[in-house]
Ligand binder design. Structure first.
Ligand SMILES: C[S@@+](CC[C@H](N)C(=O)[O-])C[C@H]1O[C@@H](n2cnc3c(N)ncnc32)[C@H](O)[C@@H]1O
Length: 228
């Protein structure tokens, strides 16, 4: 699967009770997608990549063994303090470090929300290679990735970069379903987005992107792969 989260599916997740009904941002929509995918997870070893102050591991830890993998250095406005949550293991590493604390083929699921867009271009391949390394055969990779989309179709290098990274030979990853997004991409009203309030907040953090942000929407790629 390589697609965008759509509003209609979010409406279903809302009705099914997998959404935080008090939240008003794209993260909560991304969380609902991950919860819809992992709703039956039980007895699995699950790694959240860049979990920060994870919301989902609180639920997933009840029936699974969960690890929050993050250096907590404040990257992408993430937390700088290591969260201490009963029943959730923390490994202070970035995927791409090939950290020995994360053993080869030791996870059933690796997922992330709003993390992969913060990985620098030169580290994208290493990040996916490391995640493929720690996944068990038959394991699943799920990533909700923020991306700015414009009204007009344009080439978006990061869309190609993610695809090329997971299709690198030797990783043993295959798409869960055939990718449906390609190199010419534009915003569609059916895609779930972040709110304009979130955009205004983002502009206050990075004022130089103010004009650009006036003509774009923040959407979420959903990326799902299986390890052979
Ligand atoms: C925008 S925050 C998102 C935090 C959390 N996932 C959420 O939705 O609230 C991005 C987080 O990703 C972490 N991060 C960035 N690159 C990473 C990598 N290669 N491996 C693990 N964590 C990473 C950062 O440290 C930061 O905590």
């Amino acid at each position: 699967m390589y697609d965008f989260i759509r509003k209609l599916e979010f409406f279903d997740w809302w009705d099914a009770g997998w959404a935080d009904k008090s939240a008003r941002n794209l993260k909560s929509i991304q969380d609902a997608w991950i919860m819809s995918e992992l709703r039956d997870a039980e007895g699995l070893r699950i790694g959240e990549v860049g979990g920060g102050d994870s919301r989902l591991l609180h639920y997933l830890k009840e029936r699974n063994s969960c690890v929050n993998i993050d250096k907590f250095e404040g990257l992408g406005k993430g937390p700088k303090k290591v969260p201490e949550i009963d029943g959730i293991e923390v490994v202070q590493a970035y995927m791409g470090d090939f950290d020995e604390a994360l053993e080869d083929e030791s996870f059933d699921v690796m997922f992330s929300v709003s993390v992969i867009e913060h990985v620098a271009d030169e580290h994208v391949n290493g990040c996916f290679k490391d995640m493929a390394r720690v996944l068990k055969p038959g394991g699943r990779l799920l990533h909700a990735i923020d991306i700015y989309l414009y009204e007009d179709e344009c080439v978006m290098p990061r869309i190609d970069a993610y695809r090329e990274a997971v299709e690198m030979p030797g990783l043993g990853l295959r798409w869960h379903t055939e990718p449906v997004i390609g190199d010419q991409t534009k915003f569609r009203c059916a895609y779930a987005t972040n709110s304009d309030q979130q955009l205004a907040y983002a502009c206050s953090l990075v004022p130089s992107m103010r004009e650009m942000r006036a003509d774009m929407q923040v959407c979420s790629i959903k990326m799902a792969l299986d390890k052979e």
